[in-house]
Write a protein that binds this ligand. Structure first.
Ligand code: ADP
Length: 257
């Protein structure tokens, strides 16, 4: 069974004038278990819309989305979500932020802490359990966000530009660590980004979306060895192809204007 199925999923919003705004055109695709799919495209092309539909934050206007064969109706513990800003609770320590969902579920304190510690270790935050969010760097805060999303052991991890606010060095470290975590937990990842290099460093497939909202232009498998070498010929060939697709999309848009 596929991890995720998009069965002609389509999303239409209303703009301020009340006119239809198609954020996602009818989309049919499947994502297999263990894939690392990057959704790549310029701002406003519908990446977050697609992610939010899979997360169950929004319902499709038509069509259906299934996760592990079940129709998505609402958010669920089978899908962990990591946002651009981790939105931690400032009055809770790192460990308690990670364990928060377990507290809501009424899990006893000792078990909560033990389970949270496992993920704190996994994201490289051992030694910072008792720190508060105000004492953390941007990269460390995002590690807490990732640990929190992993805590329920979700089959699917949905990430919306999680490293966009980080400096280049931290971003590159976090990308490497995310790949290591993904290889360990064997989850299916969907990762939204507007950065071509990031998609190519991370993805086993890259879905390139076009500027015109809501269309996946091409889905490209990418099986270059890891860690990915950004100077390798296969990396650069793929980058050229992806940039070409993105430029073509912008050129068409200008012609139509
Ligand atoms: P991206 O993640 O690629 O930046 P989004 O999925 O956020 O793009 O947005 C796609 C389009 O849908 C944009 O034109 C955006 O303005 C519009 N949109 C997104 N969410 C809403 C909403 N809640 N109401 C109205 N329009 C929306």
């Amino acid at each position: 069974m596929s991890a995720i199925e998009l069965l002609d999923a389509r999303k239409v919003y209303r703009d301020r004038e009340g006119a239809d705004l198609v954020a996602l055109e009818r989309t049919r695709m499947t994502i297999e278990t263990g894939e690392f799919l990057c959704l790549l495209g310029p701002s406003g092309c519908g990446k977050s819309t697609l992610l939010n539909l899979i997360a169950g934050f929004e319902a499709p206007t038509s069509g259906e989305i299934r996760v592990a064969g079940q129709r998505v109706e609402r958010p669920g513990a089978d899908r962990g979500v990591v946002f651009q800003q981790p939105t931690l609770m400032p009055w809770l320590t790192v460990l308690d932020n990670v364990a928060f969902h377990l507290k809501l579920k009424g899990v006893a304190k000792a078990e909560r802490r033990e389970r949270a510690q496992h993920y704190v270790d996994l994201v490289g935050l051992r030694g910072f359990e008792r720190h508060y969010p105000a004492e953390l760097s941007g990269g460390m805060s995002q590690r807490v966000g990732i640990a929190r999303a992993l805590l329920m052991n979700p089959a699917v991890i949905l990430m919306d530009e999680p490293f966009a606010a980080l400096d280049a060095q931290t971003k590159s470290e976090m990308q490497e660590e995310l790949v290591a975590i993904w290889e360990r937990v064997k989850a299916t990842v969907i990762f939204v980004t507007h950065a071509v290099d990031e998609a190519l460093v991370l993805g086993t497939r890259i879905a390139v979306m076009s500027r015109r909202p809501g269309r996946i232009r091409e889905i490209l498998p990418f099986d270059a060895s890891r860690p990915r070498d950004v100077t390798a010929p296969d990396f650069n060939d793929m980058k050229r192809h992806v940039l070409g697709l993105i430029r073509e999309g912008s050129a068409r848009l200008k012609q139509a204007a």
